[in-house]
Design a protein around this ligand. Structure first.
Ligand code: NAD
Ligand code: TYD
Length: 353
């Protein structure tokens, strides 16, 4: 059984990834290292610790804690790493950029540094990989034409994307300088279950549930290339198993949507599902001040991962958006705990922080 270290596995994408792994025939033991910030929620993990006693272990800790990392790598004899842990929200990064440097840059460097020492001392197998999960936001903003490829120069706009760009550079440097077998993925915007309601799609769903104002930044015509989280997770498995060390793979849904179109669609879906008069939730839309440095358009060219690793997205945007809305409507307990901070109280009680 391979021992895979996952960082940030209690967050949105990490928890979807881990829950999906336990639905496959991958014979992995997962060690999930997560400090449980506001975005990390043990309730995202479907009681795995009880259901898969010998195949899942949660470690409450910080990716900047080198002694803890050394203990994990050297005692558990890790066979590979998938690194999700990060501060991930652009608006928060505008308020407190330094938090993003601490986790995304310093945290990533601590992790790859200890990982390299461990990898060198144990001469791990040729299958060992450090998969660094990153974002398309490192490439900056597109005009009306063109796509991000793996060769697009980095041009980050926000403190979040600047910190992710820096972490990508460090990971690549550890491949070139020390020979750590890294693979990097740059993925577009994800949506799906367990996403913290600070991001556009869950925020709009939850605000409609409470019939609150729906804030749309600027003119609402900024474009993102949306990908259902399960499609991202499947791509990560392919890259982890078959990706070539030192290579980067862009991952996108080929599904460009304007923010205002998404908000309108969620209004339509929710009015139908909740039996409201067509058009009633749209009245809640409010155009608000634009985000500073707001990137206009992201769009990914995923040709490389499609042709070289045989991945393709399976979910259609409108179907998967409705599936996501239904998940939030059916998981009111999760929504309530996230909104009231019940789970943060639980973390304080259990982990004293
Ligand atoms: P998230 O904010 O939902 O989760 C981040 C997780 O990292 C949380 O569980 C948090 O507790 C944990 N964490 C934060 N600081 C930590 C630390 N110092 N030590 C240990 N754990 C820590 O983020 P997400 O949306 O799941 O994103 C996961 C990764 O994917 C990030 O690296 C992000 O940059 C990248 N990404 C996200 C998207 C997206 O649309 N959400 C798209 C492309 C790439
Ligand atoms: P977000 O989900 O924060 O992801 P990112 O900034 O990483 O792309 O935002 C997605 C888009 O939605 C982005 O263009 C900003 C916009 N947005 C709003 O218009 N209103 C909101 O309340 C939020 C959170 C985002």
């Amino acid at each position: 059984m391979k021992k895979i270290l996952i960082t940030g596995g209690a967050g949105f994408i990490g928890s979807n990834f881990i829950n999906n792994v336990f639905k496959t025939d991958l014979n992995w033991k997962i060690i999930n290292l997560d400090i449980l910030t506001y975005a990390g929620n043990p309730a995202n993990l479907d009681n795995l610790a009880h259901r898969f006693l010998d195949k899942y272990e949660f470690v409450h800790g910080d990716i900047r804690d080198r002694p803890l990392l050394e203990k994990l790598f050297f005692e558990k004899k890790i066979d590979g790493v998938i690194h999700f842990a990060a501060e991930s929200h652009v608006d928060r990064s505008i308020d407190s950029p330094h938090e993003f440097v601490k986790t995304n840059v310093e945290g990533t460097v601590s992790l790859i540094d200890v990982c390299t020492k461990y990898y060198k001392s144990f001469k791990k197998s040729s299958e060992f990989r450090f998969l660094h999960v990153s974002t398309d936001e490192v490439y900056g903003s597109l005009g009306t034409h063109g796509y991000f490829t793996e060769n697009t120069p980095y041009d980050p706009s926000s403190p979040y994307s600047a910190s992710k760009a820096a972490s990508d550079h460090f990971v690549r440097a550890y491949f070139r300088t020390y020979g750590l077998p890294v693979v990097i993925t740059n993925c577009s915007n994800n949506y799906g279950p367990y996403q913290f309601p600070e991001k556009l799609i869950p925020l709009i769903i939850l605000n409609i549930m409470e019939q609150k104002t729906l804030p749309v930044y600027g003119d609402g015509k900024n474009i993102r290339d949306w990908l259902y989280v399960t499609d991202h997770c499947n791509a990560l498995i392919k890259v982890f198993k078959k990706g070539v060390p030192g290579e980067t793979y862009n991952i996108g849904g080929n599904s460009e949507q304007k923010n205002i179109e998404i908000v309108n669609l969620i209004c339509k879906i929710m009015d139908r599902l909740e039996g409201r008069k067509h058009g009633s939730s749209q009245k809640l839309i409010k155009f608000v001040a634009d985000r500073p440095g707001h990137d206009r358009r992201y769009a990914i060219d995923s040709t490389k991962i499609k042709t070289e690793l045989g991945w393709k997205p399976e979910y259609e945007f409108e179907d998967a958006l409705e599936k996501t809305v239904i998940w939030y409507l059916e998981n009111k307990k999760w929504v309530k705990s996230v909104k009231t901070g019940t789970y943060l109280e639980w973390i304080k009680k259990n982990y004293n922080r």
